[in-house]
Design a protein. Structure first.
Length: 366
């Protein structure tokens, strides 16, 4: 790993037969990637139900992840009750997350894709959905935060198209002036012959930040015990301007104690969650960053609306074109979203009003 990634040690050296507690220090940001298997349990065909969704959410809550990449999500699918799975998982954790979903493929009246859960204490300045090639269309979901950019991805099974997707993501870095974390199910492994198939492409720009001991899938063609080929879930890091971001600890979590009971995570999904704890230079925690905006606005592409997050309840929100023309608005005791389904793609000015104050943000409808 490149010299600018500083390892403070792998502190979570838990026996695989015992529950992993993996305590989180108070001054770190925990990045997590987790393939949900559509919250149907660890085997196929599995079962689509609220209990499985709550169980997976309880894993995320117990780990207290701050920035989460989730794969195998569905939204508005007829056969699955038109649920918005990413939002359901976020709400079931009981933590305050902003869901950022990327629709990759139209399916059953809705879509499937991947996305991120970002704790609301981290203001989001930009969201970008990057189409990737695949036998099943794929997508990378880019979310720009204050100190780094987070990209969620789910690599395709087709080797050639997976390589093409890796090149597209690498090219995206040319336009980013911040450190970047790429997290997801890459469907590729640095331990395969020749260092993997698409993995060597990623290694041109990234380094591996996450745990590489053992596998992240426990069944299927790469998951046989002892095969050592089933490590396909990663958090990768691309530094910028010698950021001095530190990796504090990282682990593939295979069992965990939830409410006093040991949970074998093979019963939750066919993938194990993987986390990386990082520390930003010169700050005790991101919660203590001064100058955090009073509210943040992002575009919810699923519901065609601008969503507002923040500590101050807003009484009114107006949306303006860059020409100054008012395009939409909403009034109420605590306004959290504005319907913009009738507006074309582009940049808009959002003005919020609270307790006699006005706050202005730019937001992109993509």
């Amino acid at each position: 790993m490149r010299k600018y990634i500083i390892f403070w040690g792998f502190l979570c050296l838990c026996l695989e037969l015992a529950a992993q507690t993996c305590p989180k220090e108070g001054n770190v940001i925990r990045i997590l990637t987790y393939n949900t298997h559509y919250c149907k349990g660890g085997t196929d065909p599995g079962s689509i139900n609220d209990a499985n969704t709550r169980l997976l959410a309880s894993v995320i809550k117990t780990l207290d992840a701050d920035v989460v990449s989730l794969q195998e999500l569905d939204s508005a699918a007829n056969s699955r009750g038109k649920r918005y799975l990413l939002e359901q998982i976020g709400k079931a954790t009981g933590l305050n997350y902003t869901p950022v979903y990327g629709s990759a493929l139209k399916w059953d009246g809705g879509s499937v894709g991947c996305g991120s859960l970002i704790k609301t204490i981290y203001p989001i300045s930009k969201i970008k959905k990057i189409a990737l090639p695949g036998d099943e269309p794929r997508i990378a979901v880019r979310t720009d935060l204050d100190k780094f950019v987070f990209i969620s991805v789910h690599g395709d099974l087709n080797d050639t198209k997976r390589i093409q997707g890796a090149n597209i993501i690498n090219n995206e870095l040319d336009y980013i002036r911040k450190p970047v974390f790429l997290a997801g199910d890459l469907n590729d492994c640095h331990r395969w012959g020749n260092g993997g198939i698409a993995f060597p492409v990623y290694m041109e720009k990234f380094t591996i930040a996450s745990d590489t001991k053992g596998n992240t899938v426990w069944n299927g063609p790469h998951g046989e015990e002892g095969a050592d080929q089933g490590l396909i879930d990663y958090v990768l890091f691309h530094d910028y301007n010698n950021s001095r971001i530190e990796v504090v600890q990282t682990h593939i979590v295979r069992s965990i104690e939830i409410n006093g009971a040991i949970v074998n995570l093979q019963n939750v999904s066919d993938h194990y969650p993987v986390f990386v704890d990082i520390r930003l230079p010169g700050s005790t925690s991101i919660e203590n960053v001064e100058g955090e905006p009073d509210f943040n606005v992002y575009f919810d592409g699923v519901r065609e609306r601008f969503c507002i997050q923040g500590e101050m309840p807003l009484e009114q929100i107006d949306v303006y074109a860059l020409t100054g023309q008012k395009m939409a608005g909403m009034k109420g005791e605590n306004v959290t979203a504005v319907d913009v389904s009738g507006l074309s793609k582009g940049v808009y000015i959002v003005k919020g009003f609270s307790a006699g104050k006005s706050l202005v943000r730019k937001v992109i409808k993509e």
